[in-house]
Design a protein around this ligand. Structure first.
Ligand SMILES: C[S@@+](CC[C@H](N)C(=O)[O-])C[C@H]1O[C@@H](n2cnc3c(N)ncnc32)[C@H](O)[C@@H]1O
Length: 280
């Protein structure tokens, strides 16, 4: 099975667990509502959670809160890449108001069904969930003010293509405002593999400078990567020990190197033509 199929299967199962009253957490037992995962838990404040359907909150599988950190204005169009159960789309829809629009894009049918149920329960009409892949966004060029995403780009096997697509659909001056897992500095490959399995079910996080370089290569400006949660070896101990990893031996290689971060960038505004000579 390729990575995309594995991701689709994992998140399809997670959506079905939420529908049957359980937790979306990776590896959660069916029927369990406990999610004590230090990456996905406690990302949203009580005011945000109180305004959402319970299943949208239970299905939250992000690693940050992009809608809290992104600047969103009434009337804007927002696109959430890998929208899952829809939590960030619903929060964005409220922020951009009836004159704005919030799109969620996801490839997993079970997640789309859950998100559309959550939209109905939330009673929001300025929301549309689209089926598709973040590597091939089904929206026209220059049509979106803000691209958000919450812990999804790290799952893609073709991140350059995802970033090119985000750049294409953004309007000139549009913002990229994404929560994602990144790594800091060199990490041995085997350690990296185990730790990333813990972090994101199936994850392929980029090193922070590599992420910034990829954004710059597709044309983004004003790139900033701000750590929001640095993950501790202790939090991963039980998972890693279960994989047969000698946690004490690798701990020095891990500390401070895996983090959730908020990534900002801007698509440059197009140059205004001021006369026959100054646009050429
Ligand atoms: C970690 S969950 C995050 C869901 C949501 N952003 C949240 O914060 O709860 C990843 C979601 O992205 C979707 N996804 C992963 N890779 C994708 C891809 N290449 N194209 C479209 N959707 C994808 C999965 O189906 C899943 O719903």
């Amino acid at each position: 099975m390729d990575v995309k199929e594995q991701v689709r299967e994992k998140y399809g199962e997670a959506a079905l667990r939420v529908k049957s009253g359980g937790s979306s957490c990776c590896g959660a037992a069916p029927g369990s509502t406990a999610c004590v995962d230090p990456i996905t838990s406690n990302l949203y404040d009580a005011g945000q959670i109180g305004a959402l359907p319970e299943e949208a909150v239970l299905a939250s599988l992000g690693c940050g809160n992009p809608t809290a950190l992104a600047r969103l204005s009434p009337g804007e169009t927002v696109l959430d890449l890998g929208s899952g159960g829809g939590i960030d789309v619903l929060l964005s829809a409220r922020r951009v108001g009836a004159a704005g629009k919030a799109y969620g894009l996801d490839m997993t049918d079970e997640m789309l069904a859950l998100a559309r149920d959550n939209q109905r329960k939330a009673g929001l009409e300025n929301v549309e969930f689209l089926k598709g892949e973040i590597e091939n966004i089904p929206l026209p060029d220059n049509s979106v003010d803000v691209v958000i995403s919450n812990c999804v780009i790290n799952l893609s096997a073709d991140k350059d293509r995802v970033l090119r697509e985000a750049f294409r659909v953004l309007k000139p001056g549009g913002r990229f405002a994404v929560s994602d897992v990144v790594t800091r500095g060199q990490v041995p490959a085997a350690v990296r593999r185990n730790m990333l399995l813990w972090v994101g079910c199936i994850a392929g996080a980029l090193e922070e400078h590599e992420y910034a370089a990829k954004l710059a290569a597709v044309g983004f400006d004003a790139i900033e990567i701000e750590p929001t949660r640095v993950h501790k070896v202790e939090d991963a101990r039980v998972f890693l020990a279960g994989q047969g990893v000698d946690v004490d031996a690798i701990a020095p290689e891990l500390e401070g190197k895996f983090m959730s971060a908020f990534i900002r960038a801007v698509k440059p505004a197009s140059k205004e033509c001021c006369g026959p000579s100054c646009c050429s």
